[in-house]
Write a protein that binds this ligand. Structure first.
Ligand code: ASP
Ligand code: MG
Length: 419
């Protein structure tokens, strides 16, 4: 017997038939003798609709009322799933964030979970009742509903798994796991059996959209083994299509649990990057602070930063990337600071992509990145900037070459499934 959290995303609860299908997945685990808490998202498209209504009523509105509106999608699906379970003879009860309570901070619209008072939940599930929890929501210190940011029900699920001491958190979604790269770009991408928390955190931060980044952070901090699998699998059969007894999916776990460690495990990419260069800024202490301080205050997320060697020890160039959507704002902020920063001119380029190569094996292998440089050179792809960290490196290139670069790197690191 195990204690499980099962999380179902928007496409898995998109209509009544699919909610029934979810109930069959839950019943299977209950029949197997497991204690179960389920976390649900809103029906797919619902949250977008609710958000658009709040904007239509008033473009500038009270964030607490925004939360009151957008949290309602999950209230509906949690109630419906509880009904579906009851009608199949499974004891079940829905829980809103405030009923648990799942306590958050005061940042309405993007609240962080502070504490989950799980005693009542544990009492019910260990008594055999399925808890159907509305994801994405909690209650703030002001005693009002607070939501956790878009995609937040992943984080609800992992946090609840940690709070009730679950053996595993199963994330049922519309894909059957985490892939070595985006299969739409490289059909030979393979599903990973296992990936470490750290690698998954990089993959999620760098553009793989399977899980909300915060949920992976939470899983890593609390050591919650998280299994990503498809909700479209036959609910009554847990047998894998590939003939093993495990269901098909990807386990996100501690690296100790991974026996076969590859040097490179995945290639991620993000399009729509912009590059900004400040030419001939004085090379003196405080210059970075004078550039990146105001950008941070404007909530602009700066990513890759490259400072060139100064020509004669007095002036240098500072180049960095921001999301394309923030480029205009960044330029404006910097122009306003022109006097203080004392740059000669600004250049900016849009239409760039960041390609990242990830793998814990990089910690102990030298020369991993140089393989990429050579492979891209051979395809005549120019690298504009490079950043490295312990388990990944990222390359900035022209967006036109995104697909080619992803496929080239996927092949050169031996990730192609049919290689
Ligand atoms: N329904 C919310 C959203 O669409 C939360 C979630 O699905 O994770 O962002
Ligand atoms: Mg999601």
């Amino acid at each position: 017997m195990a204690r499980l959290v099962m999380k179902f995303g928007g496409t898995s609860v998109a209509d009544i038939d699919r909610i029934r299908n979810v109930a069959r997945h839950v019943k299977r685990e209950v029949d197997a003798g497991n204690e179960v808490a389920v976390v649900v998202s809103a029906m797919s498209g619902k949250t977008n609709e609710l958000v658009s209504w709040t904007k239509e009523i008033s473009p500038i509105h009270d964030a607490r009322e925004y939360d009151a509106v957008v949290a309602s999608g999950e209230q509906v699906t949690s109630g419906l799933l509880a009904m579906a379970l009851q009608s199949m003879g499974v004891d079940a009860r829905s829980w809103q964030g405030w009923q648990i309570p799942l306590k958050t901070d005061n940042a309405h619209g993007a609240a962080r979970i502070e504490k989950i008072e799980s005693e009542l939940l544990i009492e019910r599930i260990s008594g055999g009742q399925v808890a159907v929890v509305a994801g994405f929501q909690g209650i703030g210190p002001d005693n009002r509903i607070a939501t956790l940011g878009r995609g937040g029900s992943d984080t609800s699920a992992v946090a609840i798994a940690a709070a009730i001491n679950a053996n595993r958190c199963d994330i049922y979604t519309d894909v059957d796991g985490v892939y070595t790269t985006d299969p739409r770009i490289e059909p030979r991408a393979a599903r990973m059996e296992k990936i470490s928390f750290e690698e998954m955190l990089e993959m999620a931060s760098l553009g793989a959209k399977v899980l909300q980044v915060r949920s992976v952070e939470m899983a890593m901090v609390h050591g919650v083994r998280t299994f990503v699998r498809s909700s479209f699998d036959d609910p009554e059969s847990i047998n894998s299509k590939e003939g093993s007894n495990d269901p098909v999916g990807t386990l996100i776990c501690d690296e100790e649990e991974i026996v076969e460690r590859e040097v490179v495990t995945g290639i991620a990419y993000s399009k729509d990057e912009a590059q900004i260069s400040l030419r001939r800024v004085p090379d003196k202490p405080g210059i970075s602070a004078s550039i990146f301080g105001p950008l941070a205050d404007a909530h602009i997320n700066v990513d890759m930063i490259v400072q060139s060697v100064s020509e004669d020890g007095s002036k240098t160039d500072m180049t960095f990337t921001v999301p394309e959507t923030d480029a205009a704002k960044a330029l404006q902020v910097l122009e306003e600071q022109k006097e203080t920063i004392a740059f000669e001119n600004i250049q900016s380029d849009t239409g760039l992509s960041k390609i990242s190569v990830i793998g814990i094996g990089m910690r102990s292998h030298a020369g991993v990145a140089s393989t990429a440089f050579a492979a891209l050179a051979e395809k005549n792809i120019n690298i504009r900037a490079i950043t490295t960290s312990e388990i990944k490196f990222s390359l900035l290139i022209d967006a036109d070459y995104t697909e080619l670069a992803v496929r080239t790197l996927h092949a050169v690191y031996g990730l192609n499934k049919y290689a």
